[in-house]
Design a protein around this ligand. Structure first.
Ligand code: 8IG
Length: 282
């Protein structure tokens, strides 16, 4: 078992001399070997509150510790699992690669680590990535436990996963066709603009108001950097946020991580059914 994050070398994402796409290829090779299949079709990233939903997609055929795969580290957030699973999508014969956790920008491992799962999925042949997260909601009509489709994002990290003069078009980052497909499953789904802050602290009420006047509906600490990397790799993106708490200042009570996990548990069934049905249709 090698923790490649710790060992400087040709597969160290932190080394500027390393090609991050070569590390993604190396990760894909390990996943091919462990799963016994050449390619996967869809990748899913399960964020806060989404941990249990992967089980409804289908049977887990292989579970791999992240630490066994080049470029992946340990889970840093309570309630996230540090494994990835190869799941049969119902009886379609297609496979989903389900990441039980993600690397957040605020962990300080660099943007390459944040998007490594997405790039590995692309190297495995996935044409679609489903990015889920738990987030704060800015709209009163979205109580905790409400899933919302991401229509667009505002990236406030001041970083990009793209290196060099490579001008990736972001007009339709979140593939309209996939949002339509999600609404075929659940016609009540609303759409919103996701604002990615760096974190790891939650926003001040003034920052939440700033996000609102900018056109934001959801505030979180993930997803937009991964979505950009997915578009660079030519993948279609479906983003779904689970509103786990009203953003700071939107409600009277302060935020805590337990509240977030509770809202996730309560919404798990609706979200699980939604994900399973959407993935079966992709
Ligand atoms: I769960 O209110 C969750 N993640 N930035 N703000 C930000 N991230 C979050 C929040 C929130 N809730």
């Amino acid at each position: 078992m090698t923790d490649t994050d710790a060992a400087p070398g040709p597969l160290d994402l932190a080394d500027p001399g390393t090609d991050p796409f070569a590390v993604a290829e190396a990760a894909a090779a390990v996943i091919r070997e462990r799963t016994g299949v050449d390619s996967h079709d869809v990748a899913l990233v399960l964020g806060s509150g989404w941990g249990q939903t992967g089980d409804l997609i289908g049977e887990t055929l292989t579970e791999i510790d992240n630490t066994d795969v080049p470029g992946f580290g340990k889970a840093a957030v309570a309630g996230h699992s540090g494994t990835m699973r190869s799941v049969a999508i119902g009886d379609t014969g297609r496979r989903a690669l389900v990441y039980g956790t993600r690397t957040h920008f605020y962990e300080g491992r660099g943007v390459r680590s944040v998007v490594h799962g997405v790039r590995t999925a692309a190297a495995l042949g996935c044409r679609t990535v489903v990015l889920t997260n738990g987030c704060g909601g800015l709209r009163e009509e979205w109580p905790p436990g409400t899933p919302v489709l991401i229509r667009d994002h505002i990236n406030l990290t001041a970083h990009s996963p793209i290196e060099g003069a490579n001008f990736v078009d972001l007009t339709d980052v979140y593939t309209p066709r996939l949002r339509d497909l999600a609404r075929e499953v659940d016609a009540d789904l609303d759409e919103g603009v996701y604002v990615q802050f760096r974190g790891p602290h939650y926003e001040t009420p003034a920052e939440v108001q700033m996000a609102k006047v900018m056109g934001g509906d959801l505030v979180g600490m993930s997803t937009s950097l991964e979505a950009i990397a997915a578009r660079q790799s030519g993948m279609d993106v479906l983003g779904i946020s689970l509103v786990t708490n009203p953003a700071a200042g939107i409600s009277k009570t302060p935020l805590n991580h337990e509240e977030v996990l509770e809202a996730g548990k309560a919404a798990a069934e609706r979200c699980g059914r939604l994900l399973a049905a959407v993935v079966a249709k992709i």
